[in-house]
Structure formats: C-alpha cells, structure tokens
Design a protein around this ligand. Structure first.
Ligand code: RTP
Ligand code: MG
Length: 148
C-alpha cells in the first residue's frame, strides 16, 4: 500500500486545524499509520527542505518550520501521494482551489498550513527522516468484522 508523509505546519497547529486536516484524510478513506506532535530542530528542517537549499526563501522556510510544534503523520492508501497533494491544493493559497486545505484556510505562500510528499521518492525519504522504526506501524482496518 502506498504511503505518504503529511505534516500540519506551525500555522496549522496554532490555528487549531490539526483535527480538521486529519478528518479530511480520514473521511476520504485513507488510513493514518503514525502521527506525532513535535518541535522541529534546525537540522531536521534543513534536511527536509534540502531541495530548496539554494532558494532565496530557504532561511525563512527553515525559521518558520522550526518556530513551533508541527503534527507529523504517515498516511496510507492507493494513490495517497498524489491524492493528498490534490486535497492540499496549490502551494500558493491564493491559487489553491476552494475546497482544498490551502484554498480554504491558507493565507500566504510562506504559511500554507500543510506539507505533503510530492513523489514516491520524496515520500520514502521523508518517512525515514521523520519517523524511527518503532513509530512506524502498518495495520489493516478490521471494521467490516465489527459492524454490519
Ligand atoms: P511543501 O513542500 O511545503 O509541501 O510545499 P510544496 O511542495 O507545495 O511547495 P515547494 O515548492 O516544495 O515549496 C516548499 C515551501 O516553501 C515555501 N515557499 N515559499 N516565498 C516563496 O516564493 C516560496 N515558495 C515556496 C512554501 O511554504 C512551500 O510550501
Ligand atoms: Mg514540496
């Protein structure tokens, strides 16, 4: 089953949107496999956003992501990487469609509420970077045997 790394960024945590974001992915039918509230070190932030190292906004990006707690998660499901990106909307909230997380709640490109891996390679890399082995649990939903 495909897996992706999703993170509620510091602005999403401060605005009380952790539950709302979890709800959207849950209701869609995806399965959360790991999740934790944590403060991000500069080292982790720089590794996570390494692809943007040369960009003019890199310093600002690292400062922002380390500015307060984030909620880091692993989600599983068929095509979850691309579907989660669709559900998040475009990077710049002013271009993100209504109905997407960034379209509904984002204000500026620097504070756009949520992160999601952009490819299978990124997902693999980011899950390994943010979670250790004991924190990663895969499970099957057994609800069909509980209700009818
Ligand atoms: P993310 O990695 O956070 O999920 O966002 P993304 O894939 O949609 O966008 P990406 O190109 O990877 O950019 C990473 C984050 O950098 C900030 N950014 N600022 N000031 C700017 O022009 C600018 N451009 C990008 C955004 O917060 C973006 O989420
Ligand atoms: Mg990105």
């Amino acid at each position: 089953m495909e897996k992706t790394f999703i993170m509620v960024k510091p602005d999403g945590v401060q605005r009380g949107l952790i539950g709302e974001i979890i709800s959207r992915f849950e209701r869609k039918g995806f399965r959360m496999e790991s999740g934790k509230l944590m403060t991000v070190s500069t080292e982790l932030a720089e590794k996570h956003y390494a692809e943007h190292k040369e960009k003019p906004f890199f310093g600002e990006l690292v400062n922002f992501i380390t500015s307060g707690p984030v909620f880091a998660m692993v989600w599983a499901g068929e095509d979850v990487i691309a579907t989660a990106r669709q559900m998040m909307g475009k990077t710049n909230p002013s271009e993100a469609a209504p109905g997407t997380i960034r379209g509904d709640y984002g204000l500026t490109v620097g504070k756009n509420i949520v992160h999601g891996s952009d490819s299978p390679e990124s997902a693999e890399r980011e899950i390994q970077l943010w979670f250790n082995e004991e924190e990663l649990s895969s499970y099957e939903k057994t609800i069909d045997s509980w209700i009818y």
